[in-house]
Design a binder for this molecule. Structure first.
Ligand SMILES: C=CC1=C(C)c2cc3[nH]c(cc4nc(cc5[nH]c(cc1n2)c(C)c5CCC(=O)O)C(CCC(=O)O)=C4C)c(C)c3C=C
Ligand SMILES: [Fe+2]
Length: 387
């Protein structure tokens, strides 16, 4: 076996309040997160939306100490995984590649190259695959690989999804059981699985397997729990005006309260590390909503973070994939079709409907450009980095 590397992929999070806007810009500049009909719109829109969201987002990060703990936890996971692999006889180097903040994926790939890694296991730290998370990171790697012949010499494999790995399911069930045992009536407590949402069209139009994988994980965890608790699944963290996967966590919590549910344990199903969605959204916003709605005992299951059983699952997975035939970037799920936001049109001269429509669009672009400048103090060309 040549020099082995493991590349952990994650989203990244702002470490300080001043990082929030540029972090949001990176996130919204990704077409896998925010889909626009024309590529040239992406950067100006990312500038606009990141500026508009920055204040709310900063307030939320302020409430959890002024930044995301994601980097610290992912680094601790990487160290623990490296030690565990070593203990199992595999001398691997573990790297972290974040999609939207430091340490960026590009930095990790440079280190992998410098270290002369010959065999690489690529492991997204999202148990369930989504176009917007693992998919986006893998697309980026595919692009970096296609531009660098030195990388093409590395034997790599991708673990694109691990939502049904028995070790992951078991550790989630064990964590849930421990949390339930804190209640007076553990078997009657309602188990509330809360997953990060995605826009509905990702699933219905692009075939994102995310919802199906979330539902499968939920089912498997309940089976491994071997308890009779009522359980429900909902989706949190909706951003923007589009419809996202339903039901929404906020609606379900309020409804359960109205129905007389008193004991509720929230399981953050799509997260394996603590971050803003667990520490602020669930622990603060949803707790407040639950108590207001009549729920008396509200607890949240902690994320598995660096628990030895979880790290053991990760290292077993890495060792297994080193022995398997490799999964190439091109074999990872791709959207079945790009969402068409605008119908295809054929140009006609004269005062036709098509001309009217295009006039309207150009006027809208001009209006948005004006708004961008008013809100951010920079023109769209500045935000796009062209001036
Ligand atoms: C399974 C995990 C995640 C999915 C699916 C996902 C999709 C998704 N997210 C946004 C928008 C935002 N996400 C933000 C932060 C954030 N999201 C995830 C995970 C998933 N996102 C993580 C791990 C984080 C980082 C958290 C941290 O601690 O810093 C944010 C920024 C925070 C905020 O302002 O709320 C946004 C915005 C979209 C649009 C989307 C699917 C298309
Ligand atoms: Fe997100």
């Amino acid at each position: 076996m040549g020099r082995v590397g493991v590349l952990l992929l994650n989203l990244g999070g702002p470490e300080q309040l001043k990082d929030v806007r540029p972090f949001l810009y990176n996130l919204f500049a990704d077409p896998e997160i925010l889909r626009l009909p024309f590529a040239w719109m992406q950067k100006p829109f990312a500038g606009l939306i990141s500026t508009m969201r920055a204040r709310t987002s900063r307030d939320n990060y302020r409430q959890i100490g002024g930044g995301s703990p994601l980097r610290r936890i992912t680094e601790a996971q990487a160290h623990a995984l490296q030690d565990d692999l070593q203990a199992k006889g595999c001398d691997a180097q573990v790297y972290i590649g974040m999609r939207y903040w430091h340490p960026f994926t590009e930095e990790a790939v440079n280190r992998i190259k410098q270290d002369g890694i010959e065999e690489l296991v690529i492991l997204p730290l999202y148990p369930q695959f989504s176009i917007s998370t693992s998919g986006s990171s893998i697309r980026l790697l595919e692009k970096i690989w296609s531009e660098d012949p030195a990388l093409q010499k590395i034997k790599y494999t991708v673990i694109s999804s691990w939502h049904d790995r028995p070790g992951y399911v078991q550790v989630m069930a064990d964590f849930l059981r421990q949390e339930l045992d804190q209640f007076e009536n553990p078997d009657q407590t309602t188990v509330f699985f809360s997953a990060h949402g995605v826009p509905l069209s990702y699933v219905t139009e692009s075939g994102d397997p995310y919802q199906q994988e979330i539902e499968a994980s939920t089912q498997l965890i309940m089976e491994a729990l071997k308890r009779p608790n009522p359980h429900i699944l909902a989706y949190q963290s909706r951003v923007g005006p589009m419809e996202w996967l339903r039901p929404y966590t906020t609606n379900v919590i309020a409804h359960l309260g109205q129905q007389g549910v008193k004991d509720l344990v929230v399981v953050p199903i799509s997260f394996i590390s603590e971050h803003i969605e667990t520490l602020q959204e669930i622990d603060m916003e949803y707790r407040h909503l639950a108590l207001e709605s009549g729920i008396e005992n509200f607890r949240r299951m902690p994320a598995v973070n660096t628990h030895p059983d979880f790290i053991d699952t990760l290292s077993e997975m890495v060792l297994e994939y080193l022995d398997k035939p490799s999964l190439r970037f091109s074999q990872v799920f791709r959207p079945q079709k790009k969402i068409k936001l605008y119908p295809q049109e054929r140009w006609e001269w004269g005062m036709t409907t098509t001309a009217e429509r295009w006039n309207g669009r150009f006027a809208m672009v001009g209006f948005i450009a004006l708004l961008v400048e008013l809100i951010s103090g920079y023109g769209p060309l500045h935000l796009a980095g062209l001036l």
